[in-house]
Ligand binder design. Sequence first.
Ligand code: FAD
Length: 403
Amino acid sequence: MAVELDLGPKARAFRDELRDWLEANRPGELEGVESERAAFGDVPGIAEWTEKLYKAGYLCVAWPEEYGGRGLTGLEVVVMNEEFGRAGVPRVTRGMGEWLVGPSIIVWGTDEQKAHFLPRIIEGKDRYCQGFSEPDAGSDLASLKTRAIVDGDEVVITGQKVWTSGALLANMMFCLCRTDPDAPKHRGISYVLTPMKRENGESNGFDLRPIKQLTGSSYFTETFINEARAPLFNVIGGLNNGWRVTMTTLGNERGGNATTQHVQYTRQFWAAVELARELGLDTDPLVRQQLAWAYTHCEIMRFQGLRLLAEVIAKKEPGPASALNKMFWSEYAQRFAENITNWRGMASTVLPSDGTGDYPLDKWQQSFLSTRSVTIWGGTAQVQRNIVSERVLGMPKEPGSGD
Ligand SMILES: Cc1cc2nc3c(=O)[nH]c(=O)nc-3n(C[C@H](O)[C@H](O)[C@H](O)COP(=O)(O)OP(=O)(O)OC[C@H]3O[C@@H](n4cnc5c(N)ncnc54)[C@H](O)[C@@H]3O)c2cc1C
C-alpha cells in the first residue's frame, strides 16, 4: 500500500478522530461504492449515509464555520479523503453545490449572499445543476446566447442550455446568461442562481428533455428556459461580472478534486490487481507493465494533488495549473479502462445478468463507457492543453480567444 504521509500534529489528531468515527459508523452495505457513483443518488443506503455525515458535520467541511462548514484546512481535507478511501466507503458531498457553487460564492458573494445560500447547500435544501454549455457554446463558453433582462428587482432569463447533468434532481441552476449584449463577449455575462420551480411549485420556465447516454442512463438533459425569474439578489459577483465568477467555478471543476482523485483510482487499481489474478494474467509481462504504469500514475496523481493544494493555500483558489490535474486524471482513467477491457477480451462485450443501470453493465463496462466523457466535460483535453500552454507556460494566445 502507499506510504501514509505525516501531515503534522493537527492533521494527525483529525485523522485519529475521523478513523474512530468511521470505524463506529461506516455502513457495510456501501463498502466499495465509489464516491462518484454515490453522487448520482441512486445507490441504496446513500441518503441515510449522507444524513449521518451531515449530522456529524462531515459535509462542506472546508467552508467557514460561520456558514455551517467545519473550517477544515486543505491538509485536513486530504486526510478526510484518505480516511474515507481507507474505510472503503464513499465520501459523499452535496454535489455541485458543495464542489462548485459554494466555493464560488465564498470568493465572490456578499456577506448576505453567503449567509443565505451556503447553509441551504449544507442542509440539502438546494441541489444545483450547472447551466453553462449551450448548443453553440461549449469550449467557447463566452459565446453563450442565453439572455437575461433586468425587470425591477428580478432578472428574467430566456435561452437554451445543453448537457445539464443532474438537472432532473436539482431545484437550482447556476446559470450563465448575457445581461449586456453590446459588451465584448467575455463581459456582459452574469452568473445567476436560478430557482427551477416557482413558489407555487410550478416550473420556473424550465423545460427539461432527458438525453440518453452511452451507459444507458439519462443523467443529463437539454434544457429550455423561457422567462425564468430570479431575484437580483441571486446574481453572484455583480451584474455583467459573471465571467470572473465562472473562472473560479471552472478552476474548482478542474482542480477541486485534485486531492480526492487518487483515492478512487488507487482503489480501482487494487481491484484490477485482483482481476488480473482471477484471469490468470498476473504473470503476463504486458499486464504487469500496465499495472506498474497504473500504480505510478495513481501516486503521481496523489502528489500532484498536494502540489495543487499548496497553490490553493497560497492563492485561495485553484489557478490555471488545475488544468494539468484535469488532463492527467481524465486521460489516465480512459487508458486504464481500455487496458482492462482488453484483458477481459470477449467478456467485455457480454452484458451481465446482474448489472446495474437502465441496461445491465458490470463495473468494468460501466467504467469503460463512462470514461469516454471525462476528456470532454469540465473543458476538453484540447482546451486544457490550451490553458496550460497560454496561462501556465506563457505561450501566445490563440487568435480570437480574448476580447
Ligand atoms: C458527461 C458530460 C456532462 C456534462 N455536464 C455538463 C453540465 O452539467 N453543465 C454544462 O453546462 N455542461 C456540461 N457538459 C458539457 C461540456 O462542458 C461540453 O461538452 C464541453 O465544454 C465541450 O463543448 P462542446 O461539447 O460544445 O464541444 P466543442 O466545444 O464544439 O468542441 C468540439 C471539439 O473541438 C475541440 N476544440 C474546440 N475548441 C478548441 C480550441 N480552441 N482548441 C483546440 N481544440 C478545440 C474540442 O476539444 C473538441 O474535441 C457535459 C458534457 C459531458 C460529456
